[in-house]
Ligand binder design. Structure first.
Ligand code: ZN
Ligand code: ZN
Length: 179
């Protein structure tokens, strides 16, 4: 099963290349870069000045029937679902689509200092996490596991960057990861 990465208002091409290279190392699956004609302005909440992730995914679905595999949208935009102030990502449980936002994974969002290495680590964790949900995984209690819940940036940084031995077999095409 292939994995398709679709940047939607994601401007850092260098980071995108690094993420695809790392995913290719982590998966036996083919990692493809695709473009989806999502009109992001359809999904902005004027009151919140944020973008509704479930609605972005719903539009993306219209363009992905030709892609056999998992489709992960990557964005710089600040995304939300109505019950939460913000989210790092959202995925269809046991589904095909997910979205990850870099907006609040940027170190400058917290300390004012930009750090691409930290951003890369956080993005990889959140991409693997949302992909895990696509493969039917729910949150894991193991802090070493990337499927641990991470509602805030502290949890993203604390949790591990790979699937634990219980979660890994559910993720089709994922290699075992050695630190
Ligand atoms: Zn989750
Ligand atoms: Zn786990």
């Amino acid at each position: 099963m292939d994995i398709f990465v679709a940047p939607v208002k994601f401007s850092n091409a260098l980071m995108l290349g690094d993420l695809i290279a790392e995913l290719s190392r982590r998966f036996y699956s083919k990692i493809n870069l695709i473009e989806l004609p999502v009109n992001i302005e359809n999904h902005m909440s004027k009151e919140r000045k944020q973008y509704f992730s479930t609605s972005i995914i719903a539009e993306a679905i219209n363009f992905t029937s030709a892609y056999d595999g998992k489709v992960i949208l990557l964005t710089d935009l600040d995304i939300f679902v109505p019950v939460l102030t913000f989210i790092f990502g959202e995925a269809q449980l046991n589904g095909k689509h997910s979205i990850v936002s870099a907006c609040r994974l940027h170190e400058e969002f917290y300390s004012g200092k930009s750090d691409d290495k930290i951003l890369f680590e956080r993005l990889m964790k959140e991409i693997l996490h949302e992909l895990g949900h696509n493969f039917g995984l729910r949150h894991c209690l193991d802090w070493d596991c990337v499927m641990h819940s991470s509602p805030g940036i502290e949890e993203v940084d604390i949790k591990g960057n790979a699937y634990c031995n219980k979660c890994l077999p559910k993720v089709e095409g994922c290699k075992q990861y050695f630190h």
